[in-house]
Design a protein around this ligand. Structure first.
Ligand code: NAD
Ligand code: ZN
Length: 339
């Protein structure tokens, strides 16, 4: 087990990498904690929840909404949860986002920690303190920024993760490599998904490396004034098509990354779109989708990252070096139409 502490806004978040789930009862007293999880996790790992008060959510993004939060709050009241209690989110990004949000608002904020169980939650969603819910077609429109006290990584949860969710997680890993780490990009080119699924040690290192990349970006810009925006690589176009065409998040991001690479070729002189495309394909992700660009652009304009008549867009200078460019909306529309 490797213990690593990050201090965000003066508050410590402790990461327990390559740990075992049993550590949880040393971190929090089960009589003072409530676990929030979803039906898939609960069914696949029933034994682990024995002796814990548990709130079980319906799985899926469509339940990352206010009525689920209301329901959680009702159950917390039922369990007699007070200001000294803990919420523990065990699950994918839907569970960690909603648990962090419920914990941030219940009694104006109680303690919370995460046990991320999907690859995506391990390398991305559970890190950085953003939590919240979707509102209608707008993803993550309502929420708070508040860090968990701890993150417990136990890769044995991944044994039950469906293949499609492994693939989704790799979209964010490829994203990290593209914006921050050319060496990681090379490593990914040399291996493949089956290798990481078989090789527990390589997987543990990969998860830790990616959790560290994201944590370092957040550390330097917790409230997204600058560098944190880099993590939106592939996500501007990605979110817009995800909403409109009901795509899995990783697929949408993969297609969004290719769009961003193509725009980079025109604006930054980036020359390696084909390498990014090859890597995305190698990990079983799509690189293109025929869409109604005009309609998607309408959704994109509602993106939270919009700044008056221009939009900040994450591009690549080179592999491993993301840059943020402010692009006027009319120019952006023309660049998108040219693809
Ligand atoms: N807060 C952030 O900074 C941030 C960053 C990225 C993504 N997110 C959010 O994360 C969410 C996506 O995360 P996700 O892909 O983990 O989604 P998810 O929570 O929906 O998990 C995907 C599916 O895998 C199942 N699952 C998860 N772990 C499992 C396991 N170990 N065994 C069996 N099944 C398992 C879930 O039940 C679900 O069906 C989105 O809502 C997104 O907005 C948040
Ligand atoms: Zn994402």
């Amino acid at each position: 087990m490797q213990r690593k502490t990050y201090t965000f806004s003066g508050k410590k978040t402790v990461y327990y990498f390559n740990a075992e789930f049993g550590l949880l009862e040393q971190l929090v007293d089960p009589t003072k904690a409530v676990i929030v999880t979803d039906q898939h996790l609960f069914n696949a790992h029933k034994r682990r929840f024995k002796g814990w008060k548990t709130i079980i959510l319906e799985p899926g993004e469509e339940h990352k909404i206010q009525s689920t939060v209301d329901n959680i709050i009702q159950q917390l009241i039922g369990y007699g949860v007070d200001r000294k209690s803990w919420l523990i989110g065990i699950g994918g990004g839907v569970v960690t986002d909603i648990t962090g949000y419920a914990a941030s608002i219940y009694m104006r904020g109680i303690n919370f920690g995460f046990v991320p169980s999907s690859l995506l939650a391990m390398v991305d969603a559970s890190i950085g303190g953003k939590n919240g819910i979707d509102v209608g077609p707008y993803k993550n429109l309502a929420g708070t920024i508040r860090q968990p006290q701890f993150l417990l990584y136990d890769s044995s949860f991944l044994k039950s993760l469906p293949q499609t969710e492994w693939v989704n997680g790799f979209a964010e890993i490829i994203k990290h490599a593209c914006i921050k780490d050319a060496r990681l990009f090379k490593e990914l080119e040399q291996n493949d998904l089956a290798y990481y699924r078989k090789n527990v040690e390589a997987l543990g290192k990969l998860v830790q490396k990616n959790a560290t990349i994201k944590s370092n970006v957040v550390l330097h810009d917790e409230f997204e004034q600058g560098d944190r925006k880099l993590l939106n690589f592939g996500h501007t176009w990605g979110h817009a098509i995800e909403t409109k065409y009901a795509l899995p998040h990783g697929h949408a991001v993969a297609i969004g990354m290719v769009m961003a690479c193509n725009i980079s070729e025109k604006l930054t002189g980036f020359k390696h779109t084909s390498k990014v495309v090859d890597l995305i394909e190698k990990y079983g992700l799509p690189t293109h989708l025929d869409v109604n660009k005009k309609e998607v652009f309408e959704v994109l304009k509602m993106d939270k990252k919009k700044v008056s008549s221009a939009m900040s867009y994450v591009l690549l200078d080179e592999i491993g070096k993301g840059v943020i460019k402010n692009i006027p909306l009319d120019k952006l529309e023309a660049l998108i139409n040219a693809n």
